[in-house]
Design a protein around this ligand. Structure first.
Ligand code: HEC
Ligand code: HEC
Length: 330
């Protein structure tokens, strides 16, 4: 009898740990396209051309891919991006991978959709520095574009809004899939090293990362001040506060997704952490700037092994390489 009770209790403990472990895993859902910008293969292909076309910039030198380069994890590999006239800007170019899943775009969440976002950099003097009317004139003179816009959006449809719609449709195809982490939860327990598995348990446990980095793409879609030090030309960046004017948001930035994050170093809104090892060391010391720091950020007391395990886990979030064949531009 005593053994039976023991067996039942032991069984319950086992099954409950198995349940909690499994419960934090969420596969990446199928991409949703907005009702007013439905997917079609042709639209995605047109968006891809526009994404890689430097003629979208005033100088005809800068395309979206200059700063969101597939070869650099769909970022630019720089701490802070370089815009029109080779000037350094205040923020780091985030990866476009999985951006179709984010509720809000930009480090401060000031854009509500990818469509809305895509128009920004084209017109921004500091980025692509292109006059919209000049751009429309330029593209209307290219028969290949006129033909494609007509076929995707109808007659006389070469507009800034439709340019943005096509680009957004392409961006929604840039998804991180089938990582070792996904394979592990699909049943292939050898897909992740034991170090990465330890890192996973730390991520969802002692290291508290999942308080903010949660859900299928590892973001709570929220904004937090995690104590990143200032750097670059914009000495003070108030982040989300610029949008909300709520003191609580001073220095708060959007929680980035973490799938395929190993591909797009350096890290943070101003690129102050060069490697994933640096990011973990940053969290371990409880951030750098204490003013308005989120109470969720505290020193973690990780040992060297645990820090390494966390890095291994982040690397296990790497999806399969996203293949892009560069489009022939019309
Ligand atoms: C000069 C470099 C540069 C160019 C060119 C550029 N971007 Fe960006 N992009 C950035 C930077 C920097 C940010 C972050 C800005 C911020 O948060 O204030 C950003 C943010 C974004 C985001 C938001 C991602 C997120 O996680 O919030 C998307 C999507 C994006 N860009 C797509 C594009 C598209 C599409 C184009 C072309 C139409 C483009 N970008 C052109 C530098 C650039
Ligand atoms: C309080 C919420 C919160 C917690 C807890 C948290 N993060 Fe973050 N994380 C953020 C925010 C917000 C940013 C962006 C901050 C910035 O740029 O100023 C970020 C940035 C990052 C980045 C850089 C991503 C990029 O695109 O530049 C990585 C990697 C990361 N976190 C991993 C972790 C890990 C690992 C842990 C646990 C040790 C963790 N985070 C804990 C909110 C959090």
């Amino acid at each position: 009898m005593r053994y039976l009770i023991f067996a039942v209790v032991f069984g319950l403990v086992l099954s409950s740990t198995a349940w909690t472990e499994q419960s934090f895993y969420e596969p990446v859902p199928k991409m949703k396209h907005p009702a007013d910008n439905k997917w079609s293969k042709e639209k995605e292909e047109l968006g891809k051309m526009l994404y890689f076309d430097p003629r979208l910039s005033g100088s005809n030198w800068i395309s979206c891919a200059t700063c969101h380069n597939p070869g650099l994890g769909w970022g630019d590999g720089l701490p802070r991006t370089i815009g029109d006239g080779q000037k350094e800007l205040g923020r780091h170019a985030p990866t476009v991978i999985n951006s179709g899943y984010f509720a809000l775009q930009m480090w401060d969440g000031r854009k509500k959709s990818l469509e809305d976002q895509a128009k920004g950099p084209i017109g921004a003097a500091a980025e692509m520095n292109q006059d919209y009317n000049d751009l429309l004139k330029e593209l209307k003179a290219i028969p290949g574009y006129v033909k494609r816009f007509t076929s995707v959006f109808g007659e006389n449809s070469l507009t800034i809004d439709n340019i943005a719609k096509a680009i957004a449709t392409f961006e929604r195809s840039v998804v991180s899939k089938n990582s070792p982490y996904d394979k592990y939860w699909a049943g292939n327990k050898s897909a992740m090293s034991s170090s990465a598995v330890n890192g996973m348990n730390l991520f969802f446990g002692k290291a508290k990362c999942s308080i903010c980095h949660n859900g299928p793409v590892f973001t709570d879609s929220g904004f937090h001040n995690i104590g990143v030090k200032a750097a670059g030309p914009s000495k003070v960046d108030l982040g989300r506060y610029n949008e909300t004017k709520v003191d609580f948001d001073k220095g708060a930035f959007k929680t980035p997704g973490l799938r395929s994050i190993a591909q797009s170093a350096p890290y943070m809104h101003n690129g102050t952490e060069a490697t994933l090892e640096d990011v973990i060391a940053f969290y371990d010391r409880g951030g750098d700037v204490k003013e308005n720091l989120s109470p969720l950020i505290t020193p973690l007391g990780l040992n060297a092994e645990e820090k390494k395990d966390l890095v291994e886990f982040l690397k296990a979030l790497d999806g399969e390489p996203i293949k892009v064949i560069l489009p022939d531009l019309p």
